[in-house]
Every structure is written in structure tokens, then in C-alpha cells.
Design a protein around this ligand. Structure first.
Ligand code: ADP
Ligand code: MG
Length: 530
């Protein structure tokens, strides 16, 4: 048992622990710097601007492709030549940080890519800038994919600090070797040092587990705002849901009318949305070929047309989620994120702010709720973070909106625990929370099971009755006929026909419209048979 006592004595040796502390210091500082720099590199690498992406790529290529040992020696010898003299600890931190940044960049990029880009589009449409979206929406979700790899790297780095002995950093392994050099007790000394490493890396593993648990949205939700703010779920059962059919609908229209800004209600003949000769191409392919169309305040326009005809593209152009090639689009008389110079539209920086100010909200086919936030938080996000509404006020508004869409009792649910129809109603509430003057719907019911379509359409109908200005891309012909003031038929990047629903849908003038309508009605007949 003598060897055991000896191992224990090395495991508790102050001399070895001083080296361990140094290793920990190098690891912690380098990891923090490496991650920060790594995030910058990851964002550069994902930049649309090729030279920026290229610089990041080259950096990562070199740092990942050469041994850390060489990098350390190089920095140690090269820096003094340009007049920079650091002690060996600082040199080690610089070397490890620069090296770690390259690895972190790729880990972070992987995590960011794992988050559905649709959520970022939704954030943009709400006026959230790229950095806000990254911090609030993308990184919290990406972290779950990032953490395990990052813990690997941290453990790897803690052990690799022994490499720093080449530049005379007196860390744990180096110290163990010094003892062995004197007493030749290989096994017990290295076993003692090994145990110290094992203890330290175990701590990293525990930190990893704790962080992973705290990042799990399900757990966060359980501990969530309900508990903190003391709201009981029972107290909030929605009144509109509890009351019967027509009364419920009337109160829904009432709530919505109260919540939407006056601009929609002002009946003016000036179009609120004005698209003039809009052209848009992707690569060689013209997707929109000179579209002109107007929407008056309070008007509800249904856009129909075959898949690929450019309907979504037009909606994305309206609040500058994509740039326009030719022509112009004005919302409330203004260009969104452009200024006009010598007859040409010039994009300006601060597009997010322009979007936030213009008052256009969008609802997507795939809902695009923020997966890391509860229904309530999804709705509060843009009012609080973009428009600076105090939290309590935003929460009150969000709860009223949830009630208006019949989801009061789901305030604290995560999107993944809601049905498609419920998610879409939350998405509509979220879009309304920024008090838009124009609502764009891009096939809001196409991703829903047939039995869930009705609940979403009824919310949209209430909006229409409340006087909201709306453009709705839809295949729900019956709904369009009932709710729309005007129907626009798109085909191949052109408006083929537009007019009152009864004219376009029941007595189409153009052969192409007739074909499309009969194809759609056959489809729904099939569904009814099936
Ligand atoms: P719709 O909504 O009417 O189905 P879209 O506006 O989504 O049609 O698309 C019109 C055409 O533009 C399609 O052919 C589509 O493949 C193409 N398209 C849309 N977005 C992009 C993009 N980001 N890059 C390249 N092509 C695109
Ligand atoms: Mg589309």
C-alpha cells in the first residue's frame, strides 16, 4: 500500500497543484478569448461578402492545419523581433487563444447553421437586427449543439497546456517531469499528476452537464415565468374561448380592433401599399416581371396563383427582406430601407430599423416561431427588444393578443408543444404585437392539417372585419371569396387578372385563371373524397 500513499502525496503536492492552477488559468483565459474571436471568425465566414469570408477561411485553414507546438514557438520567437516582449504565460495565452479561435469558429458556425434560418427571417420581418437575432434567437438555440464540442475542446486544451512547457511555462506535466527527473518514481508521480488532470476535467464535464440542462428549453419553461411572476394557469382561462360561438367571435373582433392602430381604419383613397413595375430575378431567372399593384388602407387582397409564380417573393420585397431589382415599392408613402437618388433606389444601412418603423408584419407558411421562447415570449420579443416597450406593458399586450387568438391558457408553452394551428395563431399574435398597419400572410394555412385550418382562418377573418389592411397569399378559394375585397391572380411573375372575388373566382376572363381554378377545385374535391 506504500505506493498508494505515495500517489496520494503527489496528488496533494503543492508543487504539482501550482502547475495545475497555471494550466487552468491558461485554459480559462484562452477559452474566453478564443470563443470571442471565434464568434467573429464564424460570422465572417458566413458573410455574403466574399473577401471577408475568405480571410476567415484562410485563418482557420492555417491555424487548424499547423501544430500548436510550432505556433507557440513561432509566437515566442517572432514577437520579440517586432518589439513585443511578453512573459511565457502571456505568450501561451496568445498562442492557445489564436489556435482555439479557429476551432471555436467552426464549432460555432456548425451550431448557428443548425438553427432553422426561417426563424431569422421571421425576426427580420419583425424589425430585429442581425446582432439582436443572433443574441436572442440563434445563439441560445445553437448553444445546445455547440456545448458538447466546446467541452471537448476545453478538456483538450487543459491537457494540451503541457505543450506550453516548450516555451518554459511551468505547468503540471512539466513539473511532474521535473520531480521524476530527480527521483525516477515514474509511476507514482505521473499517477498523482494524472489524478489531478482527471479531477479538473471532471469538473469541466460537470459544468457541461449543468449548462446543457439549463439550456434545455423544456426545463427552463418548467422553472419559467409562471413560477416567478406568480401567475397561476387556472386564473387565466381565456374568456373569449369560454363564451359561445358568435359572442366569442364578436369579442375577438372587438379585441383585435382595439389593438390595431388607427392607420388601417382611416379610410383614404391613397393606396397604403404601392408596387410599381417591380422586377426581380434570381440569377438568370426573372421571378417578377414588372408587377404593379396597390392596396388601399383597410383593404383585404387575396393573391392566388400556381407554385413558383413569385407570390412569396413579392411579399418578401414589400418589407425589404429581399432587394428589388427594378421598379419601386412604397409602404405608407415610404421606401423601406431605400432612399431615392437620381431616380434610383439605393439601399441604406439600418434596414432593420426601417422595417420596424414602417409597420408591416408577416405571417409565414411554416409559422417560424422562435423555438427557444414560449408563446408569450415570442409575442413580447419585438415590442420589448425592438420598440423599447416596458416589459410589463408588453406582457399585458401579449396576454390580450393571446386571448384574442384563443390561446390564453398556452402562454407558457413552447412552440414544440403547440399544434400547427396553435403555432400559427401565436405567430399571428406575434405579428400583431408590433402594431402593424399592413399584414402579409404567405400561405398561412398550407402547412396545417385540414381540421386546423378553420381556427387560423377565423382569426384572420376577425382581423379583416376589424379593418386590418391585409395581403393574403392563399389557396383557400372559399375563404378568399368570403373575406377578400379583391383577388389577384399571379402566374409566371405577372399579374394575369385581378378584380372582385366574384369576378375573378366565378367568372374569370382569362383562360389561365380558369385552368388554375379548376385544377385547385379538383384537388380539394379529391381531398373530400379521400
Ligand atoms: P411562390 O411563392 O409563388 O410559390 P416564390 O416567390 O417562392 O413562388 O418563387 C418564385 C421562383 O423564384 C421559384 O421558381 C423559386 O424557385 C425561385 N426562388 C425563390 N427564392 C429564391 C432564392 N432565394 N434563390 C433562387 N431562387 C429563388
Ligand atoms: Mg410561396
Amino acid at each position: 500500500m506504500e505506493w498508494a500513499t505515495e500517489v496520494l502525496s503527489y496528488f496533494t503536492s503543492d508543487f504539482l497543484w501550482a502547475g495545475a492552477v497555471l494550466a487552468v488559468k491558461i485554459t480559462v483565459v484562452s477559452m474566453v478569448i478564443g470563443l470571442t474571436f471565434g464568434l467573429v471568425l464564424a460570422l465572417m465566414r458566413m458573410s455574403e461578402y466574399r473577401p471577408i469570408a475568405g480571410v476567415a477561411w484562410v485563418y482557420i485553414w492555417v491555424m487548424r492545419g499547423t501544430p500548436l507546438l510550432l505556433q507557440l514557438v513561432f509566437i515566442f520567437d517572432a514577437l520579440p523581433l517586432v518589439g513585443l516582449k511578453f512573459d511565457s504565460f502571456t505568450t501561451a495565452v496568445i498562442g492557445f487563444s489564436l489556435n482555439q479561435a479557429a476551432f471555436s469558429a467552426e464549432i460555432l458556425r456548425g451550431g448557428i447553421l443548425s438553427v432553422s434560418p426561417q426563424q431569422a427571417v421571421a425576426a427580420s420581418s419583425l424589425g430585429m437586427g442581425p446582432m439582436l437575432t443572433l443574441r436572442r434567437i440563434v445563439l441560445p438555440q445553437a448553444m445546445r449543439a455547440i456545448l458538447p464540442a466546446l467541452a471537448n475542446d476545453t478538456i483538450g486544451m487543459l491537457k494540451m497546456t503541457s505543450v506550453a512547457s516548450v516555451i518554459f511555462v511551468n505547468e503540471l506535466t512539466f513539473r511532474a517531469q521535473q520531480i521524476v527527473g530527480e527521483n525516477f518514481k515514474f509511476f507514482t508521480v505521473f499517477a498523482g499528476a494524472g489524478l489531478i488532470y482527471l479531477l479538473l476535467t471532471s469538473i469541466i464535464s460537470i459544468v457541461q452537464m449543468t449548462l446543457e440542462r439549463s439550456l434545455d428549453p423544456d426545463r427552463r419553461q418548467q422553472a419559467g415565468p409562471r413560477g416567478r411572476l406568480g401567475f397561476g394557469r387556472r386564473g387565466q382561462v381565456a374568456l373569449p374561448v369560454a363564451t359561445a360561438g358568435p359572442a366569442r367571435k364578436a369579442s375577438r373582433v372587438e379585441t383585435v380592433r382595439e389593438l390595431i392602430p388607427a392607420a388601417s381604419a382611416t379610410s383614404s383613397d391613397q393606396p397604403f401599399l404601392q408596387c410599381t413595375n417591380v422586377w426581380k430575378a434570381y440569377g438568370e431567372r426573372d421571378v417578377l416581371k414588372g408587377i404593379s399593384f396597390d392596396v388601399k388602407p383597410g383593404e383585404v387582397v387575396a393573391v392566388i396563383g400556381p407554385s413558383g409564380s413569385g407570390k412569396s417573393t413579392l411579399l418578401r420585397l414589400v418589407n425589404h427582406l429581399e432587394s428589388i431589382d427594378q421598379g419601386e415599392i412604397r409602404v405608407g408613402g415610404r421606401y423601406v430601407g431605400y432612399v431615392k437618388e437620381n431616380g434610383h433606389l439605393k439601399p441604406i444601412s439600418g434596414r432593420a430599423r426601417a422595417r420596424a418603423e414602417v409597420g408591416v408584419s408577416m405571417v409565414f407558411q411554416s409559422f417560424n416561431l422562435f423555438a427557444n421562447l414560449t408563446a408569450l415570449e415570442n409575442i413580447m420579443e419585438a415590442p420589448v427588444r425592438v420598440h423599447g416597450v416596458p416589459k410589463a406593458e408588453a406582457e399585458a399586450l401579449a396576454r390580450r393578443l393571446l386571448a384574442a387568438v384563443g390561446l390564453s391558457s398556452h402562454a407558457d408553452h413552447l412552440p414544440q408543444h403547440l399544434s400547427g394551428g396553435q403555432q400559427q395563431r401565436v405567430a399571428i399574435a406575434r405579428a400583431l404585437a408590433v402594431k402593424p398597419r399592413l399584414m402579409l400572410f404567405d400561405e398561412p394555412t398550407s402547412a396545417l392539417d385540414p381540421e386546423l385550418v378553420g381556427e387560423v382562418l377565423s382569426v384572420m377573418r376577425a382581423l379583416a372585419e376589424a379593418g386590418m389592411t391585409m395581403v393574403i397569399v392563399t389557396h383557400e378559394i372559399r375563404f378568399a371569396r368570403e373575406v377578400a375585397d379583391r383577388v389577384v391572380f399571379f402566374d409566371d411573375g405577372n399579374i394575369v387578372e385581378e378584380g372582385a372575388p366574384a369576378d375573378v373566382l366565378d367568372r374569370p376572363k382569362m383562360e389561365r385563371t380558369r385552368q388554375f381554378l379548376s385544377a385547385i377545385s379538383n384537388e380539394s374535391d379529391d381531398e373530400e373524397v379521400a
